[in-house]
Design a protein around this ligand. Structure first.
Ligand code: PLP
Length: 361
């Protein structure tokens, strides 16, 4: 026996919402949620195990609430003169974004992003009681400083999301757009750099803009480049005052001792962990070139995935790939599909499956 959702005294503003739900299907080639499909190297696994084992000796105690060592490690990793008091972390950057919305959004307030963009922004916004405002992009999914500042001036949001590079389109975002957004906004401006490590090595991070901009926040994750999606570790860099605000809304001891230990050990191996990034970028560019040769439009990507258009029937192509053991993502953009760059073998499997569908059609 089970009641229906409608039978429960659910918050009015949650009625009719659908939860995040990328399929978790047991296919051998899963290229649908932009994970890093390379396993963590064995020597890093060993080091993580050692660090977790040591933390177990004190697991009867609550963890360091301020996760100081980890914040120092994130500051070192990002460089640019950042210090631990500018860093924050949580269980995935999704929780980091939730903390930001709890502190700076909430009931009666608004958050804005530029569609199509990361599907979690409106969900997190609404779940924390604020309203979502969907701005727009150019036809090629780019953002320009003029358009962004005009849209922000018009909507006056309390929180602005800039996804850089953008998911699900892969589109780069120039720092002059970030600056224009910051000047136009009265609220917090969040630059979500979940995929920054996959951008060209000389592409500057919005971290370089933090000095003197106390409403600017740069969010990062270990889920993608670091091959750490299962550990749930995201972080941000901002003015120390922003970090003070987040302490008001986080749950006490939100980052477990096991999570802190695992992240700390993985960060010690940053160069090795990131060694896979160049290989993934090579596969991404191979996907784009092959898709173009097959007659699709591959959108420019600075991420570990490619959004491609000119797909006659995305649902049919998605299903045909599924039937061939390859899972990709229909992100709901008409005539488009999105695929994550996998290992060389996975990428080959995807491209060959797609080519075989085309030759049948
Ligand atoms: C994958 C992704 C994240 C990361 O989420 P985690 O909670 O850190 O796993 C954040 N932002 C965007 C745009 C993403 O695509």
């Amino acid at each position: 026996m089970s009641a229906r959702l409608e039978d429960l005294p659910l918050r009015d503003d949650l009625r009719g919402m659908t939860p995040y739900g990328a399929p978790q299907a047991p296919l051998s080639i899963a290229l649908n949620v932009n994970e890093n499909t390379h396993p963590v190297p064995e020597e890093v696994v060993d080091d993580i195990l050692g660090q977790i084992a040591r933390s177990l000796h004190e697991i009867n105690r609550y963890p360091d609430r301020e996760f100081v060592q980890l914040r120092e490690a994130f500051a070192d990793y990002l460089g640019e003169g950042l210090t631990a008091d500018q860093m924050w972390a949580a269980n995935g950057s999704n929780e980091v974004l939730q903390h930001l919305l709890q502190a700076f959004g909430g009931p009666g307030r608004t958050a804005m992003g530029f569609a199509p963009t990361y599907s979690m922004y409106p969900l997190l916004t609404r779940a924390t009681g604020a309203s979502w405002i969907a701005g727009t992009r150019e036809p090629d999914f780019r953002l320009t400083p003029d358009s962004v500042s005009a849209q922000i001036a018009d909507a006056q949001p309390d929180v602005v999301f800039l996804c850089a590079p953008n998911n699900p389109t892969g589109t780069p975002l120039e720092l002059d757009v970030v600056d224009a957004a910051y000047e136009a906004a009265r609220g917090i401006v969040i630059v979500d750099e979940a995929y920054q490590e996959f951008a060209p090595h000389d592409a500057p991070s919005a971290v370089t803009l933090l000095e003197g901009r106390e409403r600017l926040v740069v969010s990062r994750t270990m889920s993608k480049a670091f091959a750490f999606a299962g550990a749930r570790v995201g972080y941000l860099a901002a003015d120390p005052a922003v970090v003070d605000a987040l302490r008001l809304v986080r749950l006490p001891y939100h980052l477990s001792a096991l999570t802190q230990a695992a992240a700390l050990a993985a960060l010690r191996h940053a160069p090795l962990m990131l060694g896979m990034v160049d290989e993934i970028v090579a596969q991404r560019d191979r996907i784009s070139a092959t898709l173009e040769a097959l007659g699709y439009v591959a959108h420019q990507s600075w991420t570990n995935f490619v959004l491609f258009g000119d797909v006659d029937d995305p649902a049919a192509t998605w299903q045909a790939l599924y039937d061939r053991g390859v899972l990709i993502r229909d992100v709901g953009i008409p005539h488009h599909l999105r695929v994550t760059a996998g290992t060389e073998a996975e990428t080959t499997a995807f491209l060959e499956a797609l080519a075989s569908i085309d030759s049948e059609a």
